[in-house]
Design a binder for this molecule. Structure first.
Ligand code: S3P
Length: 442
């Protein structure tokens, strides 16, 4: 794996034709990272079915292997096996841990490693990750006694961590971030005394669900389930995890199917955790036609199949702080959708988008403007007047996986051909995106 493999890949994109068929999107990225991490610090065997075999989880697996965890080869369609080393079993790595492009890998590892006493760890990543803020995780961990150093007063990787005995704390997080919350929960597993995390808004809760399943003593309470308390002392036991399809990957087809005339797409086995389904709420606001069926529970996560149909005259939408945490990764594709809605859409309270793999507000505004969209950046969002026809253009993912895939759908909806530079950025979260792109086209 190389985090830079996508840099040269340019693709010609021709609009036209409806999208139809049945697909299964690859495994959920958030759940895949957690299954690898929690399986590694559990005792005994963990098996993972449906793990996302993309660059980001591969980064997590490679860091864990460098600390002595045996993880079987990650191959699409094959069950993964992890021989867990227990809560204190991670070895001091001889090499720098390379988190690639993955913020989840770096932030969750920070939480996992700060309590590994008397061991030294150095974490780094690609250019994008080395520019992303880490103090949001470092600060609360330091309140628990962690020792973390890095560039820019500890905010930027490379980071150096020296493992210490931590103490429990009550920590209010200023941003609703599942990565920050999960890092604290991981550190709390081996701290002395209880730790409580209080979130300003409910972020995705995969860590809470899965840590409980592994046997952690974790309680969720408070208003809207936003106080999460971990009491140390429990041993984690290996589990059999089944990873559902990633709704953030399904989102590209949900929007493409809604807006490309004549389309009808079925996406099977999609994770429907209510902390992730904001995209479906927005589709309802727009008046999009879709059905969710075959709802079931798979290893503690709600799952279902979704069928989406083209509809004419979809309405503009406004989204703000209330819903942003439930669709934080879907803002790029929703900004494409807004270009084709009737009326003015507004995306507010989304300044978090500025510190993702790229500044996604700036990049979407820049790329969609080059196609002729009426899109304006605000400090914390986007205002998009729908109804302007988009024209084919020279597009660039600017190295961001979700931008690459959002622009691919924009190009299908445009008039005239486009080229998309650095299109293989999609490998970070959706390795067979371009295969599905061809498969669904008629
Ligand atoms: C993730 C949480 C989100 C999301 C990211 C994955 C996770 O980030 O954007 O793609 O797996 O916990 P924040 O927690 O920073 O909002």
């Amino acid at each position: 794996m190389s985090v830079n493999t996508f840099n040269q890949s340019s693709r010609e994109l021709h609009p036209g034709g409806s999208l139809s068929g049945e697909i299964q999107v690859p495994g959920d990225k958030s759940i895949s990272h957690r299954a690898l991490l929690f399986g590694s610090i559990a005792e005994g065997l963990t098996t993972i079915d449906g793990l996302l075999p993309s660059e980001d989880p591969l980064s997590t697996a490679s860091c864990l292997r460098s600390m002595g965890v045996q993880i079987s080869q990650i191959v699409s369609g094959q069950k993964i096996q992890i021989n867990g080393v227990g809560l204190d079993g991670l070895k001091e790595p001889e090499e720098i841990l390379n988190c690639g492009n993955s913020g989840t890998t770096m932030r969750l590892l920070m939480g996992l490693l700060v309590g590994k006493e008397n061991r030294h760890f150095v974490l780094t990543g690609d250019k994008s990750l080395r520019s992303r803020p880490m103090e949001r995780v470092g600060h609360p961990l330091k309140l628990m006694g962690a020792e973390i150093k890095g560039r820019s007063k500890g905010n930027l990787a490379p980071l150096s961590i020296y493992g210490r005995k931590l103490h429990g704390a009550v920590i209010g997080t200023p941003v609703a971030s599942a990565q920050v919350k999960s890092a604290i929960l991981l550190a709390a597993l081996t701290a002395s005394g209880k730790t409580t995390v209080i979130e300003p808004k409910h972020s995705r809760d995969h860590s809470e669900r899965m840590l409980k399943a592994f046997g952690a003593n974790l309680q969720v309470g408070g208003e809207m389930g936003r106080h999460i308390t971990v009491s140390p002392g429990s041993i984690l036991k290996g589990q059999s995890i089944v990873v559902p399809g990633d709704i953030s990957s399904a989102a590209f087809w949900l929007i493409a199917g809604s807006f490309i005339p004549g389309s009808e797409i079925t996406i099977n086995n999609v994770g429907l955790n209510p902390t992730r389904t904001g995209i479906l709420e927005v589709m309802k606001m727009m008046g999009a036609k879709f059905e969710v069926f075959n709802k079931r529970d798979v290893t503690g996560e709600p799952v279902g199949d979704i069928k989406v149909f083209y509809s004419h005259g979809l309405k503009a939408f406004t989204i703000d702080a209330e819903i942003i945490p439930r669709l934080v990764d879907e803002v790029p594709i929703l900004s494409v959708a807004a270009c084709f809605c009737d009326g003015k859409s507004q995306i507010k309270d989304a300044s978090e988008l500025r510190v993702k793999e790229t500044d996604r507000l700036a990049v979407m505004a820049r790329q969609l403007s080059s196609m002729g969209a009426d899109i304006k950046e605000t400090p914390d969002g986007l205002t998009i007047q729908g109804g302007n026809k988009l024209k084919g253009a020279k597009l660039d993912s600017e190295t961001d996986h979700r931008i690459a895939m959002s622009l691919a759908i924009a190009a299908l909806l445009a008039e005239g051909n486009s080229t998309l530079s650095r299109s293989n950025a999609s490998n970070v979260s959706y390795p067979n995106f371009w295969e599905h792109f061809e498969l669904l086209r008629n």
